[in-house]
Design a protein around this ligand. Structure first.
Ligand code: URA
Length: 189
């Protein structure tokens, strides 16, 4: 079984779909690889592609700000990654083929990190993790128990930059994640 370092090397050399032709860097993920929470977004954007790190642009900064307000920090409490490890040009939604080609890497990350909570950020993440037909407005904020994982979806933070009215529900959803996290931590004591 590949370690996270080996996985990182495998992803860096990946040519499973044509996104490798236009990428600057692959973006595997970052955060605490032993944490109980994994956030999964869609795919890197321009900043992430340039730096090789997930959620470092405007949307990522908004997410970090909200999570930090709940005392959640990347290097300590969570791991964050994406469905696709390469940037689709012009930030288009990844195609089914691109997402499917990349999913084995996410599955391996889940096996390595062993999160108890998985948070889908946005419709693409919810589509590949929860349900192909899922509509984010219908499923967000509801816990799903599957294969021992507590899974929840919320809006993608980029959606909040376009529509401020989504912020309240996003915040409610993140608070649910924090509550579940606190429950799990206190049950472990
Ligand atoms: N949007 C995503 O879905 N992922 C990132 O890493 C950055 C922006």
């Amino acid at each position: 079984m590949l370690t996270m370092d080996e996985l990182s090397k495998a992803v860096a050399g990946c040519t499973r779909c044509s996104l490798h032709l236009s990428r600057t860097n692959t973006v595997l993920g970052e955060g605490n690889p032993e944490s109980k929470v994994m956030f999964v977004g869609e795919a890197p954007g321009a900043d992430e592609d340039r730096l090789g790190r997930p959620f470092v642009g405007k949307a990522g900064q908004l997410l970090d700000k909200a999570l930090n307000a709940l005392n959640f920090y990347r290097d300590k409490n969570f791991y964050i990654c994406n469905i696709c490890k390469c940037r689709p040009e012009n930030n288009r939604i990844p195609s089914d083929d691109e997402a499917e080609a990349c999913l084995p890497y996410l599955r391996r990350q889940v096996v390595i990190v062993k999160p108890q909570i998985i948070v889908c950020l946005g419709a693409t993440s919810a589509k590949y993790i929860i349900d192909k037909q899922a509509r984010i407005t219908a499923i967000r904020g509801k816990w799903i128990e599957r294969k021992g994982y507590h899974i929840i979806a919320t809006f993608h933070p980029a959606a909040l930059l376009r529509d401020e009215s989504k912020k309240r529900l996003f915040w409610e959803d993140l608070k649910k994640v924090k509550e579940k996290y606190d429950e799990i931590i206190s049950a472990d004591l």
